[in-house]
Design a protein around this ligand. Structure first.
Ligand code: PLP
Length: 345
């Protein structure tokens, strides 16, 4: 049976269990709890003072803004239409103490071909696992790992910056709480979405979500006590991982031909299921007419140079399907069939 209402879009807040939970590793090792991932990038750049920060040619705008706020230039290395490194030639230009950010897209472990050469260059490596579950990442190859659990758990805020090396950097950091007005609005958004999902609640969340999204804190802001308490006492992580994992398997089987990362492994805990299609807008409209909301991560227009042609081509064709904990295997079959019927037309 298909879930009534809308499939996909913003996550609502999880059912509160109020039982101590074994979280899957977001808080392992030396770490700082932050309001959001962009603040983690900003903070790390402030702490390391690199000459340059390197990141892929396929990133969201806020990652660049975080580095620029710290006053450091951003260089991009080229990713192709498959979201893979085109070459390692760019490493020639990396200098000692530069920070290189690799990304675990949608929770799919990042490529690590560049790591040995970066080590020889004495560059720092940040694994941006903002979209990943801890079991999916290669924290052992990076100096720092950045998580953004709110993206997978429907929390109002919350990111974690882990220090696998250079932990002394943490000692001088002074963080302040996120702005109260912002955190309350962010909490209202995830609560409204949950009411909508569960009881057909009619409070609109979309406009408030836009306001919250446009005003994310960027600076020395810590994770709210509320989100931290939820992660240690409120959330059934096992169930979330299991549902995402099972849903991923269904989509991967039914949408092999258009999956961006087919066969990524049976124990995958994805943020979403990225596909590539021509005439994306048409398909998105069709899906929305069938109550399926999809996302585009990301539209690179205006902030990534046209030199990165293949990244731009990918940006025009990519879209993300929902496969989160709210939905069942039947919902995934419904999504896949709706897509396949449209493509065959
Ligand atoms: C890979 C990656 N890093 C960092 C960020 C910034 O995350 P936040 O919104 O928590 O600041 C995002 C946001 O989408 C992201 O996708």
């Amino acid at each position: 049976m298909q879930t009534p209402g809308l499939i996909g879009g913003l996550l609502g807040i999880e059912e509160i269990t109020n039982k101590p939970t074994k979280e899957p590793g977001f808080f392992d090792g030396r770490h700082l709890r932050l309001a959001d991932a962009r603040s983690g990038i900003w903070l790390l750049v402030e702490l390391l003072s690199p000459k340059n920060v390197w990141m892929p040619s396929f990133v969201c705008k806020v990652m660049i803004e975080a580095v620029e706020k710290a006053g450091v230039p951003v260089c991009h290395f080229d990713l192709n239409y498959d979201m893979k490194l085109n070459s390692l030639d760019w490493i020639d230009q990396v200098q000692p103490n530069d920070l290189v950010i690799i990304v675990d897209y949608m929770g799919y472990p990042s490529e690590t071909d560049c790591v040995n050469q970066l080590r020889e260059k004495k560059a720092w490596i940040l694994d941006d696992a903002s979209q990943a579950w801890p079991s999916n990442v290669q924290a052992n190859i990076a100096d720092f790992t950045l998580y953004s659990p709110r993206k997978l758990l429907g929390l109002p805020d919350g990111a974690v910056l882990c220090f696998q090396s250079n932990g002394t950097l943490m000692s001088d950091v002074n963080l302040k709480p996120p702005p109260t007005d912002w955190i309350m609005k962010s909490l209202a958004v995830v609560q409204r979405r949950r009411d909508f999902d569960r009881w057909n609640g009619t409070d609109p969340w979309q406009e408030l979500f836009k306001e919250v999204n446009d005003t994310f804190p960027l600076g020395p802001y810590q994770m709210s006590e509320f989100s931290h308490a939820m992660m240690t006492h409120g959330i059934n992580f096992e169930n979330i991982a299991h549902r995402r994992n099972e849903n991923y398997l269904v989509l991967n089987e039914l949408l092999q031909d258009i999956a961006l990362f087919p066969n990524s492994g049976p124990k995958m805990v994805p943020l979403g299921f990225p596909i590539r299609v021509s005439d994306r807008q048409n398909l998105q409209d069709h899906l929305l007419n069938h109550n399926i909301s999809t996302g585009v991560n990301w539209n690179l227009e205006g902030y990534i140079s046209d030199v990165h042609e293949e990244s731009h081509r990918l940006s025009k064709d990519i879209m993300t399907l929902p496969c989160d904990q709210r939905y069942s295997k039947d919902d995934m079959v419904y999504i896949a069939e709706t897509i396949n019927n449209h493509i065959k037309q």
